[in-house]
Each structure stands twice: as structure tokens, then as C-alpha cells.
Design a protein around this ligand. Structure first.
Ligand code: HPA
Ligand code: ZN
Length: 336
């Protein structure tokens, strides 16, 4: 089964590129950019990755992002993630980036986009890995700041497929950004939002009704309301679930208590994703292996996770069909 999981074609829909910054690359960038770090080695930094909740993670995540300065840094960051995708047979990925984390430090929006986008173009040319880019607003910042960021994104409409909403969920509900998201949809962006990770099930309802989202990022708190679970099934609303993240940030006490496999078997369109792989102990394969170890699935169920992600992605109908054929073929060839 381990071999089946490793070679299974995968699609990732919830990965923060800043969260793929491994301690070794972080140290290399700090040196290149003459930035002092409060840790003496990548190992001692990794030792500090023990989180009590979302906020304690975010504090370290934003600190790590401070080592990203030049276009080349954003390229190197993205390329390192793409190499993991290649190793793990990720055929398509939809990547979040947090421009405000960088523009608030005086880095140009264009610098961030240029570095990430060049790496994604090279990924397509060299490895045939397809991708889309999703810009996230930091929800702890103001509506006004989000509007300014949306204006910058509009200049890069050709490179950015959707807008999302991340950072501290508690105290910053979806309604704070309903006008920004309405404007984003008018501009032709798809929308997604983190909801029901640490925050209540109501945030999931509000993200759908007030923000017009095509997917819910996390959404695992939906099981607080049986009615909401039925509504998500009926609406075929995808959830981009991040199992290792949920354990590391204590959304669930252990993987065996995670609700993802229950939700899958109920018919919810759930997907498996890595969120911030450098901080939470792994990429797509590690997430799938960790879920399967605690909550064994059939090969068909594992393949269904990729099919769900393909159906939930922002690619053309023709490409969805092409990717699904790859998965069906893989399943047929490896069923026994
Ligand atoms: N939740 C909210 N914001 C984030 C996350 C997350 O899991 N990862 C990076 N930014
Ligand atoms: Zn996330």
C-alpha cells in the first residue's frame, strides 16, 4: 500500500508556498540576505516547531518569511517545492501566496509574483507539472489593506486564478471581507477561504454565502453541525483538508480521531493537502501515509481523493478529464 500511495498521481489544492520554506533553505537565504536568525542551525529551528495552536505557528511562519527578499529567493522557494512535487508524483498544484507578508516589509508585489511564477513556468516546461496561483489576503489585516492588495493582483490577472483568505481565523470572520471578495469576483477571480479550521462551523456557511467560495480550505469543523455536513454534500462543496497540519495545530488530538475518512465515506468532496509542509512534517505523500496508517483506506478511496481534487481544481474540463484518465489507468494497473 505504501508503494501504491507513493506512486499515486496527486493533485494539491492547499499549500502556502511560504510554508514550504524548509529550515535549510531558510538558513541559506538568511545568509545570502545578511539577516540574523535567533537559531544557530536548521536543526535547532526545526526543534522549535512545536505548536499549541494556529497563532503560535503563524508567529514562526511570518518570521521565516522575512528571509525572502529578492525575486531569486521566491524562485528558489517555489522551485524547491516543485522538486518535491516531482518526487511525489504531484501532477497539478494550486499554490497560495501571502503578498501582504512581503509588501508590508517593503518588498514589491511584482517581485513576489515574478519569482514564484517563473518557477511555475519552468515546472511546466521541465517536468510537465501544471499549476495555478492563488493570492491570499491576511484576515488579521484591514479590509482597506485587502482592497489595496486586490488592486495589485488585478494587474497580474493573467497569472493569478483566485483569491483566498488565511491567517488568524478567530476574531476575523468571513463577513469582514465580503465587499473585497465581491469585488474580486467582479474582476473575474475565483474565490476560496480558510474556514472552520479553528473557527466555528458558521464561518463555513458565511464563506459560502458571503464570499461566494468555490472551495472551503480546511472546513473540518463542519461536523459540529449535521445540517451543515448535509448541505456541503448536497452542494458538492469541496474541502481542502490538511491532516498533518490539523494534528500539529491541535485541531484534532490524534490522527485516529480525524474526521476526514468519515467525511469521505459520507460522500463529501474531501481532498488531502499539505498546508505548510516544512512546518508540519511532510508533503502530499507523508499526509496520505499518515492518514492511511491511522485510518486505513481502500485503493479506490485513496484514488477518490485525487479524483475529488481534480474535480475541485480550477483547470479546464478537458484537463480534468485528462488527469482523471491518468488516475483511472493507475488504479486499473495497480488494483491487486
Ligand atoms: N491557517 C490559516 N492561515 C495559514 C495557515 C493555516 O493553516 N497556513 C498558513 N497560513
Ligand atoms: Zn492553509
Amino acid at each position: 500500500m505504501e508503494t501504491f500511495i507513493k506512486s499515486l498521481p496527486k493533485v494539491e489544492l492547499h499549500i502556502h508556498i511560504e510554508g514550504s520554506l524548509e529550515p535549510e533553505l531558510l538558513f541559506m537565504l538568511a545568509k545570502r540576505n545578511h539577516i540574523a536568525l535567533p537559531y544557530d542551525s536548521p536543526e535547532s529551528l526545526r526543534q522549535a516547531y512545536k505548536f499549541a495552536d494556529l497563532q503560535s505557528f503563524l508567529d514562526l511562519y511570518y518570521q521565516g518569511a522575512n528571509t525572502l527578499i529578492n525575486e531569486q529567493d521566491f524562485y528558489d522557494l517555489t522551485w524547491a517545492y516543485i522538486e518535491r512535487c516531482k518526487e511525489q508524483n504531484v501532477i497539478h498544484t494550486e499554490i497560495f501566496f501571502d503578498p501582504q507578508t512581503h509588501t508590508d516589509r517593503g518588498i514589491e508585489f511584482d517581485t513576489v509574483v515574478a519569482g514564484i511564477y517563473q518557477a511555475l513556468e519552468d515546472a511546466s516546461c521541465q517536468f510537465g507539472i501544471s499549476s495555478n496561483l492563488i493570492m491570499c489576503f491576511l484576515r488579521h489585516l484591514s479590509e482597506e489593506a485587502a482592497f489595496e492588495t486586490l488592486q495589485e493582483a488585478a494587474r497580474h490577472k493573467d497569472k493569478i486564478i483566485a483569491v483566498g483568505l488565511d491567517s488568524s481565523e478567530l476574531g476575523h470572520p468571513p463577513e469582514k471581507f465580503s465587499r473585497v471578495f465581491q469585488k474580486a469576483r467582479e474582476l473575474g477571480f475565483f474565490t476560496v477561504a480558510h474556514a472552520g479550521e479553528e473557527g466555528p462551523a458558521q464561518n463555513i456557511v458565511d464563506a459560502i454565502e458571503l464570499l461566494g467560495v468555490s472551495r472551503i480550505d480546511h472546513g473540518v469543523r463542519c461536523t459540529d453541525s449535521e445540517e451543515l455536513v448535509d448541505y456541503l454534500i448536497e452542494r458538492k462543496m469541496p474541502l481542502t483538508v490538511c491532516p498533518l497540519s490539523n494534528i500539529e495545530l491541535r485541531v484534532f488530538n490524534s490522527m485516529s480521531e480525524h474526521n476526514i475518512v468519515d467525511l469521505l465515506r459520507k460522500g463529501l468532496c474531501v481532498t488531502v493537502n499539505s498546508d505548510d509542509p516544512a512546518y508540519f512534517g511532510g508533503y502530499m505523500t507523508e499526509n496520505l501515509l499518515a492518514v492511511h496508517k491511522a485510518l486505513p483506506m481502500t485503493k479506490l478511496e485513496l484514488a477518490q481523493l485525487t479524483i475529488n481534487a481534480i474535480d475541485s481544481s480550477f483547470i479546464s474540463v478537458a484537463n480534468k478529464l485528462k488527469f482523471k484518465e491518468l488516475v483511472w489507468h493507475y488504479l486499473a494497473e495497480n488494483h491487486h
